[in-house]
Design a protein around this ligand. Structure first.
Ligand code: CP
Ligand code: NVA
Length: 310
């Protein structure tokens, strides 16, 4: 059966841990593993903008010996009525793996249903699992282990938050989420992760009080208040989220060793101050770098079925 990566549920706890181990190795050799998937072709489709995901996947694919082929969704016949199923069937004949960034999670699922090559979710409205792998790699680099850690997520209960919730459930850390009322993450994602926390440890806490979430945290994470596709809500959200800014005062409530995380792009002055993102606790740039190696490990494992370089 073709393996896909649609959410973190696609690989689970064992898959995440194996990904991190391989990613650490790939980072140590600067992603140079060009005999790993020689002659492979990596398709990348973007229905939304991207800086990190596009460049890190292209670098990751090239480092494995693959040819990256990046396309905008609106350049494809999909936009003129060719079905997702037919697109999946045809692209499966040319490519070795395909990553797609789009709106509805159902579109990624449909591609996977009709594709005979691995499909990778490069962000949808509901999930950003590639980001979560880089996030947990960055946490692991800092703290070594996940047990007993408290990560605060401050802001919108969005795609990045959802994937981090799944990561917390599988890796057994506590995720304390603070959102304005009405912007909570989806209940079914929270409930499924809570069930996993019963097995793996940790907890998913929900609330509206940013200070309570940040208190005693080992890491404080935030993301934009208006995600791609929500541009029209930007002003309204800026008003509603105004108390959810990560600034030096909020970081002072976290543990002295706490790190600051952000998936990027950041809207400086909105969800985070310059002082915090540019400060000594920020790991945002390492987190961005780690996208390259976790994605490279992911590609390798999905394509070859192996968790270690041969
Ligand atoms: N974090 C992230 O996915 O960034 P891009 O939107 O630049 O790809
Ligand atoms: N939540 C953001 C993440 C960007 C990487 C968005 O979907 O726009």
């Amino acid at each position: 059966m073709t393996r896909h990566f649609l959410t973190l549920d696609s690989i689970g706890r064992a898959g995440i841990l194996a990904n991190l181990e391989l990613a650490r190795h790939l980072k140590s050799i600067k992603g140079m593993a060009q005999n790993a998937v020689p002659g492979g072709r990596l398709g990348l489709i973007f229905d939304k903008p991207s800086t990190r995901t596009r460049v890190s996947f292209e670098a990751a694919g090239w480092g494995l010996g693959m040819l990256p082929i990046t396309l905008r969704g609106d350049e494809l016949q999909l936009g003129r009525g060719e079905t997702v199923a037919d697109t999946a069937r045809v692209l499966s004949r040319y490519l070795t793996a395909l990553a797609i960034r789009t709106f509805d999670q159902s579109r990624v699922e449909e591609l996977a249903r009709y594709s005979t090559i691995p499909i990778i979710n490069a962000l949808t409205d509901d999930h950003h699992p590639c980001q979560a792998l880089a996030d947990v790699m960055t946490i692991q680099e800092e703290f070594g282990d996940f047990a007993g850690l408290r990560v605060a997520f401050v802001g919108d209960g969005n795609n990045v938050c959802h994937s981090l919730i799944q990561a917390a459930g599988y890796l057994g850390f506590t995720l304390a989420i603070s959102t304005p009322e009405g912007y909570e993450p989806k209940a079914e994602i929270v409930e499924a992760a809570r069930a996993n926390c019963k097995i793996n440890g940790g907890a998913i806490e929900l609330g509206n009080d940013v200070r309570a979430a940040a208190a005693g945290a080992d890491a404080v994470y935030t993301d934009v208040w208006a995600s791609m596709g929500q541009e029209k809500e930007r002003e309204e959200r800026a008003r509603i989220f105004t108390g959810y800014r990560v600034d030096a005062g909020l970081m002072a409530l976290a543990r002295p060793r706490a790190i600051f995380l952000h998936c990027l792009p950041a809207h400086r002055g909105d969800e985070v101050t310059d002082e915090v993102i540019d400060g000594p606790q920020s790991r945002a740039w390492d987190e961005a770098e780690n996208r390259w190696f976790t994605e490279q490990a992911l590609l390798y494992t999905l394509i070859t079925g192996e968790e270690r370089l041969g």
